[in-house]
Design a protein around this ligand. Structure first.
Ligand code: G6Q
Length: 564
């Protein structure tokens, strides 16, 4: 007995991942089949590209270009079973407190539930509450969009600024960019997150306070960046509007902290609530998406929720062998833990999804960047690959070189749509041709033999060889709509969850971000004090602080040494 206190939600059928029979079988299987080449695998099975696919409500996943055989998939599915994935999914959907370290339920799926469903948390059906908030959001969005909601001086709102950070920013900004095609083009939507004053200046510099609505999005309403930006925005507004009561017409809040909201001066009738069972990075389909709803309208917002719900249902009820999030999660485990890939690239061939990789960075890395299991023991395999990416084809002219010929494996998710939202000349066919070609090139490469057959000079041949055998997924849908965006986001949410279950970690806490915040609080007065403070940090931090204090107020010098 270790004497360690173990949270009740942290139980799992077995002690450690690497002792599971399915894991051991995968290790052995990798030893035997891990070096198989996709060229060979495709040659041996001409139907593979039509077989290793899965589909959910029009979202098509081709995972045939992964370095897996039928045996690999069978063992990975067995691993999911041995890790209790089905039970963990059930626990999440039924409101169990699976966020063990924070002792909270994890119920973002309830945000998408139709009105006739019932989901009980601590004895309360949360679905009617969810719909009450959605109705409140819809009424408010209609008022703003129609111009019935007037600013303090009687002008209609033309600018909406979302102030929030992390989960209260990345979802809204990604969703706005993704669905911009469906948005009100006669209004401006901006997103203010960074505590850097430059962000505030650049977001507000050409806006008129009389026509600007700020949505303060903060679950806790205590976050330093958001509250600092909110107060600066308040001062900025009142400088022109010159009346405290104007705050009520130009500021609304999305929060769980009514007291904090009221103290700021916001009328709590204009506060949109959510619940502690919605994690920040899982909240873009809650009231946190108010800016999205104002931009695209309530009907489109509800269509996005329907997309989320369709994927939630698919994840909840589809056998694992055809279950998109489960398949993608398990393939990620294979790539990470067996093929040794430490990163994963997300490459949308749809310009409107340009913020999708940044959104996924938080979703995946804050969720699965963990070093201990649910019971506090160190993990015995690597967790949480680094997510990154750029929209195609821009990335092709930047970092794809490393993916094709570098020394590390970077599994890629390609995302494409058959119909463009802006059908301009030949652009869309050219765009999609590039997507298909990249996945093909990464899988099959170009051999020395092929290059020699083309007549290349000997010395150049090694430079031209592309080994191939680089794993990719391709996700294809007909068109980027609010519904498909909802499907896509939910797909990654559940894929991240699947990986977290295999690693037996808490995908819903984020303790690692606390330490830096606490240390910053200690340093703030050391930078602001007029007196030379006694510094008790390490020698590096002390020296940096001293240098900052010296240069903070000294006139800046240009390169020629003259004061500017
Ligand atoms: C997300 C995290 C984190 C959070 C921000 C903002 O899962 O919890 O990114 O969203 O720290 O927090 P507030 O919404 O409380 O301001």
């Amino acid at each position: 007995m270790s004497g360690k206190t173990v949270s009740p939600e942290s139980r799992r059928p077995v002690a450690t991942l690497t002792t599971l029979p399915a894991w051991k079988a995968l290790v052995e299987h990798h030893r035997q089949a891990g070096s198989l080449h996709l060229r060979q695998i495709f040659d041996d099975d001409p139907q593979r590209g039509e077989r290793l696919v899965a589909e959910a409500d029009g979202l098509y996943l081709d995972y045939s270009k992964n370095r897996v055989t039928d045996d690999t998939m069978r063992l990975l599915l067995q691993l999911a079973k041995d890790c209790g994935l089905a039970e963990r999914i059930e626990a999440m959907f039924s409101g169990k407190k699976i966020n063990a370290s924070e002792q909270r339920a994890v119920l973002h799926v309830a945000l998408n539930a139709p009105e006739n469903e019932h989901i009980i948390v601590d004895g309360v059906d949360v679905v009617p509450e969810v719909h009450a908030v959605l109705d409140h959001m819809s009424r408010f969005s209609d008022e703003v969009r129609s111009g019935r909601w007037r600013g303090h001086t009687g002008k209609a709102i033309r600018n909406v600024v979302n102030i929030g950070i992390g989960g209260s920013d990345l979802g809204p900004v990604m969703a706005y960019e993704a669905l911009r095609h469906y948005s009100r083009r006669d209004m401006n939507f901006r997103f203010l997150s960074n505590i850097d004053g430059t962000d505030f200046e650049e977001v507000t510099r050409d806006l008129d306070p009389e026509e600007t609505l700020f949505i303060i999005v903060s679950k806790t309403f205590t976050t330093l960046e958001t509250l600092t930006n909110a107060h600066t925005a308040r001062d900025w507004s009142l400088k022109k509007l010159k009346d405290e009561t104007a705050v009520q017409k130009h500021f609304v809040a999305v929060s769980t902290n009514g007291e904090g909201v009221a103290k700021f001066g916001i009328d709590t009738a204009n506060m949109f609530g959510f619940w502690d069972w919605v994690g920040g990075r899982y909240s873009m389909d809650s009231a946190v998406g108010l800016s999205t709803m104002i931009a695209i309208g309530p009907d489109n917002f509800r269509a996005m929720l329907a997309g989320f719900h369709a994927m939630d249902e698919h994840f909840h009820s589809t056998p694992f062998a055809g279950n998109l999030p489960v398949l993608m999660g398990l393939l990620s485990i294979w790539n990470n833990n067996f093929l040794g890939a430490n990163t994963a690239a997300v490459l949308p061939y749809e310009h409107y999804l340009k913020r999708f990789p940044a959104y996924l960075q938080q979703l995946a890395m804050e969720s699965n960047g963990k070093h201990v299991t649910l019971d506090g023991s160190p993990v015995d395999v690597s967790t949480g690959p680094v997510y990154w990416g750029e929209p195609g084809t821009n990335g092709q002219h930047s970092f794809y070189q490393l993916i094709h010929q570098g020394t590390q494996i970077v599994p890629c998710d390609f995302i494409g749509f058959c119909q463009p939202l802006n059908d301009v000349g030949r652009h869309h066919d050219l765009l999609l041709a590039n997507l298909f070609a990249q996945a093909e090139a990464l899988a099959f490469g170009k051999t020395e033999q092929q290059i020699r057959a083309e007549g290349s000079e000997d010395w150049l041949v090694p430079h031209l060889v592309c080994e191939g055998n680089r794993p990719t997924n391709t996700l294809l849908a007909q068109k980027l709509t609010p519904f498909t965006l909802g499907q896509l986001v939910a797909l990654y949410e559940h894929s991240v969850f699947t990986q977290g279950v295999i690693w037996n970690i808490d995908s819903f806490d984020q303790w690692g971000v606390e330490l830096g915040k606490v240390l910053a609080q200690r340093i703030v007065p050391e930078l602001e004090n007029k007196e030379e403070p006694e510094l008790g940090h390490d020698s590096s931090t002390n020296a940096l602080i001293r240098r900052y204090r010296q240069l903070r107020t000294k006139p800046a010098q240009n390169q020629a040494g003259q004061a500017r």
